[in-house]
Design a protein around this ligand. Structure first.
Ligand SMILES: [Zn+2]
Length: 444
């Protein structure tokens, strides 16, 4: 007796796969077990198949988040691997890259191996781990890059800090290049931040001007330029200013191997008026203004920025201390990323570029050596895909029981949003399936 294979037919969906250039409405997608068995119009429904249909819906390769904070191991009260990856799946992400700034940071092969073993027992979608660039993110002593790669590092980043100077950055870029791994930086020059904050420790820095971002970007590009031919690749995380985007565009035109990302909140939100914002509007780098937002969105559409990354940074429910500068920085962003992007001007027309920045774009940043499967929809390939309704309206706060992340620190908590994930499949397995509405038959 054989175990029956799960068979699902997605009926009459728009199949959108930016990596192959496919964009076809009215298609069916047949999924048998872990694989895509057929894509085409009017496919017959195999006996016993589940029929998934939802008018106006879109199927894309599974989203890949290049930048999130899972907190666990270290601070499971803020997020666990289980809740963080459930939030990812609800947001359409079929895989995530987790940064290394845990408590303590993931800055040696043993800690990385332990985190990966921990993930294996809990994660609802695959977690790809970044290792730190320097011990303790302190910018001085580089990590054991070879050992971290052997332990499974998908890339390297001191995200949360940018204490490393040009000498350390060059060392890590060279070492990571030997393994085809990218080095990602949180570009906010700490010398510049310390200067405008009259010294003090990073945690107390109140003012984070855009000048600190462009200073870090220029300095890192200078290091990269001197490494031509070594295979070194640099990635600029969560860019927030028009000036930094312009520098990235110029560097790419020059042929430098540099990529960049932007968060949904930096694309969608301006800094609130009147004084420094507290939670949940407080993020590093800070929200800027309309001119910066427009430049960031234009850079997604023209491919200068390869990735939209959530920088999902959950904190416990009581996030506001009343003192903006004591509030923890960060937005719990996995579950709202798609809807926040869909509210951008012209998003419907730019859907192929937007989906590219959530799928094949971030994969390109990591590079093939990182061992992350390339997001794609192809017959015979893995059924790892995201199915969503770009028109459905919802409000996170009205569905508190369905929110998966432990962090509710988001300015979108009570916002009416448009665009909702219906299901996220990982190798044919539903990591998330929104409860079907009455209009949505699930069985034939
Ligand atoms: Zn960061």
């Amino acid at each position: 007796m054989t175990v029956p294979t799960a068979v699902r037919l997605l009926r009459s969906v728009r199949v959108l796969d930016p990596g192959s250039g496919r964009d076809q409405p009215g298609c069916d997608v047949l999924i048998e077990g872990p694989r895509i068995a057929a894509i085409g119009r009017g496919l017959p429904v195999p006996p016993g198949a589940e029929l998934w249909s939802h008018p106006g819906s879109v199927v894309t390769p599974g989203f890949l988040d290049l930048h999130c904070h899972l907190r666990d191991p270290g601070a499971p009260e803020e997020e666990t691997v289980a809740t963080g990856t459930a939030a990812a799946a609800r947001g359409g992400f079929a895989a995530v890259c987790a940064m290394a700034n845990h408590a303590p940071p993931i800055d040696d092969p043993a800690r990385l191996a332990a985190a990966r073993a921990h993930d294996a027992g809990q994660a609802l979608v695959p977690v790809h781990r970044f290792a730190a660039c320097t011990r303790g993110l302190a910018g001085a002593e580089p990590v054991d890059v070879d050992g971290c790669v052997a332990a499974g590092a998908a890339g390297f980043s001191d995200d949360g800090r940018h204490a490393l100077g040009p000498v350390q950055l060059e060392w890590v870029l060279r070492a990571a290049a030997r393994h085809g791994r990218v080095v990602a930086i949180h570009p906010e020059d700490e010398v510049a931040l310390a200067a405008v904050n009259a010294g003090g420790a990073p945690a107390t820095w109140a003012h984070r001007p855009g000048g600190a971002e462009i200073a870090a970007v220029r300095s890192a590009l200078k290091v990269l330029r001197a490494l031509a031919g070594t295979g070194a690749r640099l990635h600029l995380q969560h860019l927030s200013t028009a000036e930094a985007v312009a520098a990235l565009r110029a560097a790419r035109a020059e042929g430098l191997p540099v990529t960049g990302e932007v968060t949904p909140h930096h694309l969608a939100l301006d800094a609130p008026p009147g004084g420094p914002p507290g939670a949940p509007w407080k993020v590093n780098p800070p929200l800027r203004g309309p001119e910066d937002r427009r430049a960031l969105w234009a850079a997604v559409r023209d491919g200068t920025l390869q990735a939209i990354a959530t920088d999902h940074a959950p904190h416990e429910a009581a996030v506001t201390t009343g003192d903006p500068w004591r509030d923890a920085a960060g937005i719990s962003g996995l579950e709202t990323a798609l809807a926040v992007c869909l509210r951008l001007p012209g998003a419907a027309a730019a859907l192929p570029q937007l989906v590219a920045a959530l799928t094949v774009g971030p994969w390109t940043v990591l590079g093939p050596a990182a061992g992350v499967p390339r997001p794609a929809l192809r017959v015979g390939g893995p059924a790892t895909c995201t199915w969503f309704d770009p028109e459905e309206r919802w409000t996170p706060a009205r569905e508190a029981d369905a929110w998966r992340s432990r962090g509710r620190n988001t300015p979108f908590w009570a916002a009416p949003l448009t665009g909702r994930v219906l299901a996220t499949l990982v190798g044919g397995r539903p990591a998330y399936r929104r409860a079907a509405s009455p209009a949505e038959p699930v069985h034939v």
